[in-house]
Design a protein around this ligand. Structure first.
Ligand code: UDP
Ligand code: UDP
Length: 477
């Protein structure tokens, strides 16, 4: 059936990393829930195993609704790209492969109703989008706050020609019309402020200047009660003139297909759940710095000491390498035997990819020590778990600001970025105790969970927006 016969067909083009893929698939699954057909364009090969596993599970869960289209990436000599991060290198590789997209899209047997693409791909996609006969939408995989910053950077950059962000973003931070307070300079992603040009900075400046072009709307995994001020400023034309509508469709729910069926992951999760079942309600701290952030070697021992000292049970997901396929070393080798056995007396430590949403939803989990990747933020909100933010890099201080403003978490700003000074074990223990014992965080987290359920439920803001969008595409087919 074609879109003119009433079926809406939406193509999704995500970028690299679970932090991008996960929310893309959740948005795609939401459209499927409302009767749409989906084409998932998958840049291949993926960087991590977690991504390729998730793509397979997603596609096999929706055999009749999803068509997978491989975008076989061109090879890029890593020494020609100014980044050492394999995920950023992949952003660039996808950008350089987008000329391969039109021939692939021409193979589709049903016309597209809409094309939804990742934030990291704007500029090189413009010439592709221009030739599409359907509207296109940006999916911004971080917060509305970060999107406001991203959009505002174009104004600052245009009014300071030839200057680098480190000179046009002053000590008073970035003032955003419609925001009660500016975004402090210290919260700006470090790569943006780096004196020497780098990939993240270059892509961001280039794309931000093009954000209003050929763009019919922006989807964000956020909602009114979490980020009302930023969403209003964006939609009120305050942040940037000419921005299309910004749709807060969050919090997007985790889906059944996300549950790992690989033997290793299944086994790991069942022993985690068994252990959690034995702990008392709200007594466990869940610790994870995301899927693509390795805990620095210098930090790991103090992290272990902090967890041992905090007095709570803990579930600690450790990553020793940025890319999961390369993570081969045992934790014992890093911690040493003695510390390692002390850690295991008090809690559970794993290196596997876990089902984070299931963990956050377990009644024994009472707090989340998180780096603040935006997906982790929306998941902790969804499950109503108080948060201790420890931003490691990129947009994570802005996430920490959102969490702090929401009242459901704390952020010890003096810890700095995870790449700066080592935070001592006793300090980590002190802050965990503060999070776990603070009743007002718990109350606020519970309220936000209620608001999240409402936003994502029947008749909620997500459903209203998605349905309206689908109707509009049908009308214009
Ligand atoms: N995630 C998970 N298990 C892990 C690590 C990560 O399920 O062991 C998921 C997490 O729930 C989230 C995503 O991977 O949906 C990570 O995205 P986020 O934006 O939180 O952080 P990133 O990993 O991109 O820094
Ligand atoms: N980002 C952006 N432009 C880019 C790369 C990143 O605006 O070219 C923003 C975007 O909001 C993204 C965030 O920075 O979600 C963090 O990027 P990264 O991929 O490092 O984070 P991850 O979600 O993988 O932890």
């Amino acid at each position: 059936m074609s879109s003119s016969e009433g079926v809406v067909h939406v193509a999704f083009l995500p970028s690299a990393g679970m932090g991008h893929l996960n929310p893309f698939l959740r948005l795609a699954a939401t459209f499927i829930r409302y009767g749409c057909k989906v084409t998932l364009i998958t840049p291949k090969p993926t960087v991590s195993l977690a991504e390729s596993n998730l793509i397979s599970r997603f596609c096999s869960s929706f055999p009749h609704q999803v068509t997978q289209l491989d975008l076989n990436l061109v090879s890029v000599d890593p020494t020609t790209v100014d980044t050492i991060d394999p995920f950023f290198l992949q952003f660039e590789t996808i950008r350089r492969s987008l000329h391969l997209l039109p021939p692939i899209l021409s193979l589709l047997s049903t016309p597209l109703s809409a094309f939804i693409y990742d934030i990291t791909l704007i500029t090189p996609l413009l010439s592709v989008i221009e030739k599409l006969s359907c509207p296109s939408y940006l999916y911004f995989t971080s917060s509305a706050r970060m999107f406001s910053f991203f959009a505002r950077v174009s104004v600052l950059s245009a009014s300071n020609p030839g200057q680098t962000p480190s000179s046009f973003i002053g000590d008073d931070g970035v003032k955003i019309p419609g925001f009660t307070s500016p975004i402090p300079r210290s919260s700006v992603p470090p790569a943006i402020l780096q004196a020497s040009s780098n990939l993240f900075q270059r892509i961001m400046l280039e794309d931000s200047a093009n954000v209003t072009k050929l763009n019919n709307g922006v989807f964000i995994n956020s909602f009114e009660e979490l980020e009302g001020e930023a969403l209003a400023a964006l939609n009120g034309g305050k942040v940037l003139e000419g921005l299309p509508p910004v749709y807060g469709v969050g919090p997007l729910m985790a889906c059944e297909y996300e549950k790992g069926d690989e033997e290793g992951q299944k086994g790991c999760m069942s022993s985690i759940v068994k252990w959690l079942d034995e702990q008392s309600k709200g007594s466990v701290v869940y610790v994870s710095l995301g899927n693509r952030t390795e805990t620095r070697r210098e930090q790991i021992k103090d992290m272990a000491l902090g967890l041992i000292e905090c007095g709570y049970g803990f579930l600690w997901v450790v990553k020793l390498k940025r890319v999961d396929k390369e993570d081969e070393e045992g934790l014992e080798e890093v911690l040493g035997c003695e510390l390692s056995s002390k850690v295991k007396e008090k809690g559970v430590v794993v290196k596997e990819f876990v089902d984070q949403v299931e963990i956050l939803g377990h009644p024994s989990v009472g707090g989340f020590l998180s780096h603040g990747g935006w997906n982790s933020v929306t998941e902790t909100v969804w499950k109503g778990v108080p948060c201790l933010s420890w931003p490691q890099h990129s947009d994570q201080k802005m996430s920490a600001e959102v969490i702090r403003m929401s009242g459901m978490g704390i952020w010890p700003e003096e810890w700095g970025w995870g790449t700066q000074d080592v935070v001592k074990g006793d300090e980590i223990a002190k802050r965990i105790k503060e999070m776990m014992s603070n009743e007002s965080l718990r109350v606020k987290a519970g309220e936000l969970k209620e608001a999240a359920l409402k936003a994502a439920g029947v008749g909620g803001s997500c459903e209203v927006t998605i349905k309206r969008q689908i109707e509009e595409w049908k009308r214009n087919a």
